[in-house]
Design a protein around this ligand. Structure first.
Ligand code: ADP
Ligand code: MG
Length: 731
């Protein structure tokens, strides 16, 4: 019996291996067919010629025509990676960089990380043999800090340029300069060094050692010309062409089937409810075909998913054959890839997506699109200095892109959940992000690149000078810039090296003085990545109960630390040493740790002394301090803004008198999220008179403010109840 069992197993093993092989070849064949049928495939030769004969090329092509996945492969095959150079493709979104790299690696039949790889903040799969590298636009900007002429790349493709993220805009400005230098007659390093003064170029480093080391890497290297390709899904190539001095633009013809656009008769009061009704109407009344629904974010997607499942269960069994999938940026990448898989036979796929699915990724099989007409967008108020994400109506361009998703493979239908008259009122296109975000991060990076005159920088679209000034002011208050707006040494240089928002970088640098760097690293790693707590829906209740056990009376930050530690311990105990989550989480922490250690900062833990940790938080986040008012709302000290505690906070019910927060969320209320309480005196370590390093609290009341802050706010007209400035600048 034993023997026959064994042979059975062997037999099974063999059969399944054969099956797997057959499946592998079938898939390979499908991919070859799919690639051949893409609109871009028929113009490969022409495109390669255009790239070879133009140093700057603008390529406009409909979403799904194959730009992102195919063009880099065409260029690789045409030999544009000479001398071990790399083709870099930037994406505004992490999800797109990862999913496209995976797809292209598969198309090329190579392992991810070999010829094809991706690199995003806190995660990369790049090796020495990588020639096609997908990355975020922000990441390439950071690379420029260490390699200002991007000498590793022979071609840089700025993809999804129509999205006009702040990083894309800044990158375009930078690439324009880099390209000029690399294509110019003088392209040897020593000469570049001499040229820079004339051109007002990069590398006006204050830090000589750093500058020398950067120059050293170029010594003896002849920089070859850089090919620059700007790709966009919007038909208007003019803005890009004009910005690059009349650069050549080519159009890739897409293939688009007609899409029926349907509007509602009246405006909807609850667009999520309307979405559900429409979804089931399509499912029950329309023919086969997958449905794509555009929602604004993770929370919305998860709640709609729950409701869809609930409703499905009430339907007769025959009608329950629906596979609901979602895609949003903080979804783990294995889950993101599931949306590309075909639904089981007889099933209808419903995909709940953020605007990622507008142009960044194309999901096969879609015939119906539901567009409630909203999107989450960054907004910035230069007056208060507060940045937030709010839900706003889409632009016409976005609505058109969304409906276009329905007609990729067959004629489709798009259900816009608003009346036609509303469509006419939408703005034509979205305002570039640079006009509506906090600029302190990019300013810090530009300064580190030697661009001193921010307002004079060759932006495609200038940010408002008010926003630039406010961000400069913030950087001065954080100590990253001197009062002459020069990068400070060492704090400014240190901050520029960390891939974090300036305020988090500052918190880490201060934490080494407050002996709580270990705790701050955990906090920053957890806060700087969108929703580190990925709560799979089924586990939500469990997760909530678990989180309650850890909730600390001292605030959300200490709670985060407790959760992280418990999770770490749990993984250790349950022998999940190699689990993906563990590596992912630790990676973030350790990657920043690498940067920190290079700076020579000491990583020590304050143990259970959370008071010390909160002092440090206060010293870094002092601009985000708020005092409770008699009616239970809070008033932000630096801006005067009135805010409320977000329901997710441990302080939602027990409101402390003074808090610091690190996120401002604008929904129906002005909420602040991730809070810690400030209760005791915070000794200020600074001896400098003109710079604030924190605020001082005593008896729950604000008593001392540093001079800089007072000056700042007296000029914005804020009144304080008790202000005392110590003549020596510290107390
Ligand atoms: P574009 O950049 O022009 O919008 P892409 O190169 O992103 O187009 O997509 C080309 C095609 O590749 C699309 O039809 C899309 O469905 C397909 N595709 C992209 N990624 C995947 C994937 N992970 N799995 C299956 N198909 C994919
Ligand atoms: Mg694309």
């Amino acid at each position: 019996a034993k023997n026959s069992n064994q042979s059975n197993n062997q037999l099974n093993g063999k059969v399944s291996n054969d099956d797997r092989r057959a499946e592998f070849f079938a898939r390979k064949h499908r991919i070859v067919q799919q690639r051949k049928s893409l609109p871009i495939a028929s113009v490969e030769k022409r495109l390669v010629e255009e790239v070879k004969s133009n140093n700057i090329l603008i390529i406009v092509g409909e979403t799904g025509s194959g730009k992102t996945t195919q063009l880099p492969q065409f260029l690789f095959n045409a030999g544009l990676c000479h001398d071990g150079k790399v083709i870099g493709i930037t994406q505004p979104r992490r999800v797109a960089a990862v999913s496209v790299a995976k797809r292209v690696a598969e198309e090329c039949g190579v392992q991810l990380g070999q010829r094809v790889g991706y690199s995003i903040r806190f995660d990369d799969t790049i090796s020495r043999s990588t020639r096609i590298k997908y990355m975020t636009d922000g990441l390439l900007l950071r690379e420029a800090l260490l390699d200002p002429y991007l000498s590793r790349y022979s071609v840089i493709i700025v993809d999804e340029a129509h999205e006009r993220t702040v990083h894309t805009d800044v990158l375009l400005g930078l690439l324009k300069t880099v390209q000029k230098v690399r294509s110019g007659p003088i392209n040897e390093c020593s000469k570049i060094d001499r040229m820079k003064a004339n051109n007002g170029l990069l590398m006006e480093k204050e830090n000589d050692a750093q500058r020398a080391s950067i120059l050293k890497q170029y010594r003896g290297i002849k920089l070859s010309p850089l090919k620059l390709i700007i790709m966009s899904a919007s038909l208007d190539a003019r803005v890009f062409s004009e910005y690059f001095g009349g650069a050549r633009a080519v159009h890739v013809q897409g293939r688009q089937f007609p899409v029926d656009i349907l509007y509602t008769h009246h405006p909807e009061t609850d667009y999520l409810d309307a979405t559900l009704i429409t979804l089931f109407q399509i499912h029950l009344e329309e023919g086969p075909g997958d449905i794509l629904v555009f929602l604004t974010g993770q929370e919305e997607i998860e709640s709609v998913e729950r409701l869809v499942q609930e409703k499905l269960r009430q339907l007769p069994e025959d009608n329950q054959k629906v596979k609901v999938l979602s895609i949003f940026s903080s979804l783990p990448s294995e889950k993101q890839m599931q949306v590309f898989m075909p639904a089981p036979t007889g099933f209808r796929k419903v995909i709940l997506a953020t605007n990622i699915a507008e142009t960044s990724v194309t999901i096969p099989g879609i015939k119906y699109v539901i567009d409630p007409g909203f999107v989450k967008a960054r907004t910035y108020c230069a007056h208060t200095g507060m940045e937030s994400l709010i839900i706003v109506p889409t632009s016409k361009a976005q609505a058109l892109q969304r409906s276009g998703r329905a007609g990729r493979e067959v004629p489709g239908k798009c259900f816009r959940l608003y009346p036609e008259s509303e469509f006419e009122k939408l703005s034509d296109s979205t305002i570039p992000e640079i006009r509506r975000c906090n600029l302190s991060n990019v300013i810090l990076q530009l300064k580190a690149l030697g661009v001193d005159d921010i307002i004079g920088f060759d932006f495609m679209e200038k940010p408002s000078s008010e926003a630039v000034l406010k961000s400069l002011e913030l950087l001065v208050l954080l100590g990253a810039l001197t009062e002459e707006y020069k990068l400070s040494d060492p704090v400014g240089h240190q901050m520029a090296r960390l891939p974090l928002e300036p305020i988090y970088s500052k918190a880490l640098i201060l934490a080494s003085q407050f002996n709580c760097l270990e705790e701050m690293l955990i906090t920053v790693a957890m806060l700087s990545v969108e929703s580190v707590f990925y709560n799979p829906r089924e586990k939500l209740e469990e997760a909530r109960t678990a989180a309650k056990c850890f909730s600390s009376l001292e605030g959300d930050h200490p709670t985060l630390i407790a959760v992280y530690r418990a999770f770490d311990e749990f993984l250790e105990k349950s022998n999940l040493g190699n689990s993906r989550e563990k590596t992912e989480k630790n990676l973030r922490k350790w990657q920043i740790r690498g940067n920190i250690e290079q700076m020579g900062l000491h990583i020590v833990s304050c143990g259970d002394d959370m008071l010390q940790f909160r002092r440090c938080l206060a010293a870094a986040f002092f601009l985000n301090a708020a005092l409770k008012q008699p009616d239970g709302t809070y008033r932000v000290l630096s801006s005067g803004q009135v805010v409320q505690i977000h329901p997710s906070s441990v302080f939602f019910r027990t409101k402390p008198d003074c808090i610091i927060f690190d996120e401002f969320v604008r929904t129906t209320h002005n909420y602040v999220r991730n809070l810690s309480s400030l209760l005791s005196t915070i000794p200020c370590k600074s001896r400098s008179r003109s710079r604030i390093h924190g605020l001082n609290l005593k008896d729950d009341r604000l008593l001392f403010v540093w001079r800089g802050l007072v000056e700042l706010h007296s000029c914005t007209g804020l009144r304080w109840t008790a202000i005392l400035i110590h003549p020596l600048g510290y107390c």
